[in-house]
Design a protein. Structure first.
Length: 201
């Protein structure tokens, strides 16, 4: 049963939303799957399915926002991570209050390269080194499963883990998205799976 959590702004040919559903992994307990799905009309397919220019814009956007968040007095003491894929900016981590959460989103939206922002910042204290180490391990294991999967092209999906919650981003077909979720569900320690995909079909 799907339940709409939030609806993003309409961006040219793409729309971005968040839905929640529950699936049963083959080898683990039920893992909630959050789906941020953007549909598009055209795409220039390269190695990682982004144009060279868009790839450079995403890298620059990530670096600029990370630097700005570190220097921003209003975000002092927070833990904000930035991931950009095809102009969609994912914010993960922890902030102390909703004002900081909104501020970080507005900063991300202010960049000309940003097409949409998925704000997954949590109102909590910074995670422990143990938790971050576990997240790194989960990310590595999910990436390994994706690389060895015959159903998901290499470099098509980026993986981010925060507090056991796995975020899957990229330009994929719906079948590839489902395959990526299955791969992530097989990894121990995963509590949720969030799909932030732009679909090619």
């Amino acid at each position: 049963m799907n339940r709409i959590l939030a609806q993003g702004n309409r961006i040219s040919a793409a729309s971005l939303g968040l839905l929640i559903l529950f699936t049963t992994p083959m080898f683990s307990a039920c893992v909630p799957v959050l789906i941020g799905a953007a549909t598009i009309t055209t795409i220039n397919v390269v190695t990682d399915r982004r144009t060279v220019g868009r790839n450079m814009d995403d890298n620059t956007l990530e670096l600029d926002l990370r630097k700005e968040f570190v220097l921003d007095d209003e975000l002092n003491g927070t833990n904000v991570s930035v991931t950009a894929i095809n102009g969609i900016v994912l914010l993960t981590g922890e902030v102390a209050n909703d004002s900081q959460r909104r501020h970080a989103e507005e900063v991300a939206k202010s960049r000309i390269q940003t097409l949409s922002v998925v704000n997954e910042l949590q109102l909590a204290g910074s995670t422990s080194i143990t938790s971050r180490t576990n997240d790194t391990l989960i990310t590595s294991q999910v990436k390994t499963r994706l690389v060895t999967s015959k159903e998901v092209p290499a470099n098509a999906v980026k993986v981010v883990t925060e507090g056991g919650k796995v975020y899957l981003l990229g330009l994929v077909t719906r079948a590839e998205a489902d395959a990526a979720v299955r791969s992530a569900q097989e990894v121990g320690g995963v509590t949720h799976i969030v799909k932030v995909f732009e679909y090619l079909d």
